[in-house]
Design a protein around this ligand. Structure first.
Ligand code: HEM
Length: 383
C-alpha cells in the first residue's frame, strides 16, 4: 500500500476514494487533526458497518471503541486502571512464561510457518490470561473476533451461509461470556480483569452484563489480531535485516526501539473509520455532514514531513511512535500491553535461537483494508 499512500499524500491528501463513497485522509497532520476531534469525527460510523440489521446485534458494536463522548468516557474510566503500569508489572512474569512456552515448542532447524505457533499463540494466550478464561478455549477467541468484524463487514447480501455463520458466532460469544460471568458470580472475586471490572463503579454505577460482554469482545477484536501483526511484521523485518537481528542479540535494551520502528514501518492497524457529524474542513477540503472518513495511520507514519527517509527501516530513529496506537480519547487502551508482549516474545526468541532465516517457501501478506501483516511466514530457526 505504501507507494499508493505516498501518491495520495502528494497529489490529493484528502480524497474521496470513489464517488459518493469514503474519504481518505493520508497526511500526518490531517490524521492527527481528525483523531483529536471526536465531536465532529464520530466513532459511531464503525458501529453501523459492524452491526447490519440481519445480524441481530453485534456485541462489538456496543463497545467503547465505537462510542463518542460522554458515553465513551464513562466506560474508559472504568477500565483504564486495569491496563496501567501497575497492572502490566503484575502481568509481566506470566506473559514471559507464555512467550517462553510458545518458543520452546517451535521446531528447530526446519521450516515453520511462524504465524500460528508464535504470532497468534502468544496474544491469544495473553487475552485468555487477562480475562481468566480456560486456556484451551484460546483458539476460539480469534475465530470469533474474525467473524464479528471481517466476517460481518465483507458479507454480500446474497451470502446467506456467511450471514448464518456470523449470527451463530454472536450467539456463541454471548452464551460463552454469559457463562463465564455467571460462573464468576458464584466464586469469590479474584484479582483478574473480569473480577476488577465487576467491582468497578462510576458514580455508584456498575457495568451491566451486556457492557461487560461488549468489552470482552472488544479485547478479542482489538488485542489479538493487532499483536499478531506486530509480531509477524517484526519477524519479516528481522528476516530481511540480519544485521538488526545481530544488533538485538548483542543488546536486548534495543528491543523497545526496534518495536517502535516496526510499528511505524508496518502499523498493524492501518486505518481507523470516522463519520462526520457536521460539514467540516480538513486539509483544505470540505467534507459534508455524514461523510465516512478513513484515517490512514499507515500513511501518516511514512509522511516525509515527519519521518525523513520514511520508507527505510531505521533502528536508530527517534521514538516512541504513538500514532500507530491512535490519538486522543480512543488512544489504544492496550498499547503498554502490546509493547510488553512484543518485548517478551522477542526476548524469548533471541534467547533460544542464534539464527533466523527465510524458508524456501515465500511468505504471503494478509490483505484487508484495516489490518496489515503476514498471513503466512515460513522461517527456519537454528539454536
Ligand atoms: C484502540 C491499535 C493492541 C485494546 C486502538 C486504536 C488503535 C489501536 C489505532 C484506536 C482506534 C480508533 O481511534 O478508532 C493497536 C495496535 C496494537 C493494539 C497497533 C498492537 C500492536 C491492543 C491490545 C489491546 C487493545 C493488546 C487489549 C488487550 C484496545 C482498546 C481500544 C483500542 C480497548 C479502544 C479504546 C477506546 O475506544 O477508548 N488500538 N492496538 N489494543 N485498543 Fe488497541
Amino acid at each position: 500500500p505504501y507507494p499508493t499512500y505516498a501518491r495520495m499524500r502528494r497529489e490529493s491528501p484528502v480524497c474521496q476514494v470513489d464517488p459518493g463513497g469514503m474519504w481518505a485522509v493520508s497526511r500526518h497532520d490531517d490524521v492527527l487533526r481528525v483523531l483529536k476531534d471526536p465531536q465532529r469525527f464520530s466513532s459511531q460510523g464503525f458501529r453501523d458497518i459492524t452491526n447490519p440489521p440481519w445480524l441481530g446485534g453485534n456485541p462489538f458494536a456496543d463497545s467503547m471503541l465505537v462510542m463518542d463522548p460522554p458515553q465513551h468516557g464513562r466506560l474508559r474510566v472504568l477500565v483504564q486502571k486495569a491496563f496501567g503500569a501497575a497492572a502490566m508489572a503484575r502481568l509481566e512474569p506470566r506473559v514471559r512464561e507464555l512467550c517462553r512456552q510458545a518458543v520452546a515448542d517451535l521446531p528447530r532447524g526446519r521450516p515453520v510457518d511462524m504465524m500460528q505457533p508464535f504470532a497468534l499463540r502468544i496474544p491469544a494466550a495473553v487475552i485468555s490470561e487477562l480475562l481468566g478464561l480456560d486456556p484451551q478455549h484460546s483458539p476460539r477467541l480469534k475465530h470469533w473476533a474474525d467473524l464479528l468484524t471481517g466476517g460481518v463487514t465483507t458479507v454480500r447480501p446474497e451470502e446467506e451461509e456467511r450471514k448464518q455463520r456470523a449470527r451463530d458466532a454472536v450467539a456463541e460469544v454471548r452464551a460463552y461470556f454469559g457463562d463465564v460471568l455467571d460462573a464468576r458470580a458464584r466464586e469469590p472475586a479474584g484479582t483478574d480483569l473480569i473480577s476488577e471490572l465487576k467491582q468497578a463503579r462510576v458514580e455508584g454505577e456498575a457495568l451491566s452484563k451486556d457492557e461487560l460482554i461488549a468489552f470482552m469482545v472488544l479485547l478479542l477484536v482489538g488485542g489479538i489480531e493487532t499483536v499478531v501483526h506486530l509480531l509477524g511484521s517484526s519477524l519479516v523485518v528481522l528476516r530481511e535485516h540480519p544485521e538488526v537481528w545481530a544488533q538485538l542479540r548483542a543488546d536486548r535494551s534495543r528491543i523497545p526501539a526496534f518495536l517502535e520502528e516496526v510499528l511505524r514501518y508496518e502499523p498493524p492497524l492501518q486505518a481507523a473509520p470516522r463519520l462526520t457529524t457536521e460539514d467540516v474542513e480538513v486539509g483544505g477540503v470540505r467534507l459534508p455532514k455524514g461523510a465516512s472518513v478513513l484515517v490512514l495511520m499507515g500513511s501518516a507514519t511514512r509522511d516525509e514531513a515527519h519521518f525523513p527517509d520514511g520508507d527505510r527501516f531505521n533502528l536508530s530513529r527517534p521514538g516512541p511512535q504513538n500514532l500507530p496506537f491512535g490519538h486522543g480519547i480512543h488512544f489504544c487502551l492496550g498499547a503498554q500491553l502490546a509493547r510488553l508482549e512484543g518485548r517478551l516474545a522477542l526476548e524469548a526468541l533471541l534467547d533460544a535461537f542464534r539464527h533466523l532465516e527465510s524458508a524456501p517457501e515465500p511468505m504471503t501478506w494478509h490483505r484487508t483494508l484495516l489490518v496489515r501483516g503476514p498471513a503466512t511466514l515460513p522461517l527456519v530457526l537454528n539454536p
